[in-house]
Design a protein around this ligand. Structure first.
Ligand code: HEM
Length: 438
């Protein structure tokens, strides 16, 4: 075996102990190691070697500068892929590039403008049903994020029963994947007990539901100006052909899963932070009175609040990449096959890049402070060619919701503070607030 110069870190036994500790307290355990090894360390799990980093230069190198040498690990592709199919989030290489080129124009900011009306109507309808008093807003944000993404995909009235089936499928698959990842030693049991099969069957049902919607759309011969129209109308550059139905279904399932829980988390954390920072809430109210939808989506104060919330609580708190060939970064050399863990949460709270890192200070993201921020230290939507394709959509939907919410309701804190639950995304365990009509 070649001699590599890996970052300092843990030997095999220490790595096993860390991994066990990490199951119980992922963020705390990784933070402790980052402190000990100055932001980058290696882990030796025998057949599996890892490097974990919150170094902005290293993260940028993997995501952008030398991205061609990195694929997503099998956790992201195979685990999710077996239930969700081969959509943008779960594929690598040439097929990913082909799909990304096809779909990217549909998520361009100008195309997203056309969805603002759908988003606003969904928010208004949702707020009519929002209970007041002391409530946990998290399940409500989940419902809202799901409705926004469904209505933007299919600008038609989808029957409630169908919505419930799709929602259950997405939630159950996510729960199962988490369970499987956390307890890999039980994989045989999940197979034997029929749990894997049950989820595969649910996946088949969800695909059938979406296929029926696609067929109805094709027969209608009408335009609905939604994401489904965009996916059906997209043509491959080389052949001029559209996607096969199975590919359209794959991409719809991916948009449903990628665009749902991430947004629900970001909105819940943002409401929590605003409720607990009255001055920031009042500033935001003052800066967002009587705006058009385009003005809301372009409002700097709203964007700063959302970004600061995602700095403190990045919904995608961690990601990974696997090296396709031996590589070097900043004096370290490492072998093909090694997995690099990108610890965004740690970087977002690293005092070397963020003064007062644990404080909620939206103004640090204001346009006038652009040149004061350290570059490459903020990754709420990832980076490089695999940057979140829905980032403009997500920023717009969150801005439209928050603007509407803070003017229609009073939001007050309670004595209950949420705990961050780092699953695939960074969920709050609950966000109990006091909500009153304004
Ligand atoms: C606050 C909300 C959101 C956050 C924080 C978020 C975050 C991310 C991140 C970090 C990635 C990159 C993952 C990686 O590199 O490993 C990603 C990818 C992706 N996101 Fe989002 N996302 C959000 C909302 C959305 C929405 C609303 C959609 C769709 C409507 C969406 C669709 C996707 C897709 C399809 C990918 C895969 C892109 C590719 O690999 O080419 N996301 N997202």
């Amino acid at each position: 075996m070649k001699n590599y110069s890996l970052p300092p870190g843990y030997n095999f036994l220490q790595s096993l102990v860390r991994t066990y500790k990490q199951v119980k307290n992922p963020i705390g355990t990784i933070e402790e190691s980052m402190k000990k090894f100055d932001g980058t360390y290696s882990v030796d799990l025998g057949a599996r070697r890892l490097i974990a980093t919150q170094n902005p230069g290293f993260i940028d190198y993997v995501l952008r500068t030398n991205h061609k040498n990195y694929h997503k690990s099998t956790i992201q592709t195979e685990e999710l892929g077996r239930f969700l199919g081969r959509g943008l989030l779960t594929v690598n290489g040439d097929y990913w590039l082909k799909q990304r080129r096809l779909i990217q124009p549909g998520f361009h900011i100008d195309k997203i403008h056309a969805l603002y009306g759908i988003i606003k109507k969904t928010v208004d309808d949702f707020l009519v049903t929002l209970p007041t008093g002391r409530i946990d807003v998290y399940p409500h944000m989940h419902k809202l994020a799901f409705e926004i993404v469904i209505n933007s995909l299919f600008n038609i009235k989808v029957p409630q029963q169908t919505l419930d089936q799709l929602n259950d499928f997405i939630n159950e698959v996510q729960e199962f994947v988490i369970k499987d990842l956390r307890q890999p030693y039980k994989s045989w049991w999940f197979k034997l007990s029929g749990e894997v099969k049950r989820n595969l069957n649910r996946s088949k049902n969800a695909r059938k539901i979406i296929l029926d919607i696609i067929n109805a759309r094709k027969q209608s011969n009408r335009k609905f100006n939604d994401l489904l129209d965009m996916l059906l109308d997209a043509r491959y550059e080389d052949t001029g052909e559209p996607m096969h139905e199975d590919q359209v279904i794959d991409e719809i399932l991916i948009v449903l899963i990628a665009g749902h829980e991430t947004t629900a988390n970001a909105l819940s954390w943002t409401l929590y932070l605003l409720a607990n920072h009255k001055q920031e809430l009042n500033n935001l109210k003052a800066a967002t009175k009587n705006l058009t939808l385009n003005e809301i989506a372009a409002n700097d104060t709203l964007a700063s609040v959302i970004k600061e919330s995602m700095r403190l609580y990045p919904p995608a708190w961690i990601s990974d990449r696997m090296a396709l060939a031996d590589d070097t970064y900043n004096g370290f050399t490492y072998p093909k096959g090694i997995v690099i863990i990108l610890f965004y949460y740690g970087l977002h709270r690293d005092a070397r890049y963020w003064p007062e890192p644990d404080s909620f200070i939206p103004a640090r993201f204001a346009k006038e402070n652009d040149d004061k921020r350290k570059p490459k230290a903020f990754y709420p939507f990832g980076g490089g060619p695999r940057l979140c394709i829905g980032n403009n959509f997500a920023m717009a939907e969150m801005a439209i919701f928050l603007q509407t919410m803070i003017h229609a309701f009073e939001i007050n804190p309670t004595d209950i503070h949420p705990k961050a639950n780092p699953l695939v995304t960074l969920r709050p365990d609950r966000v109990v607030l006091e909500i009153k009509k304004a």
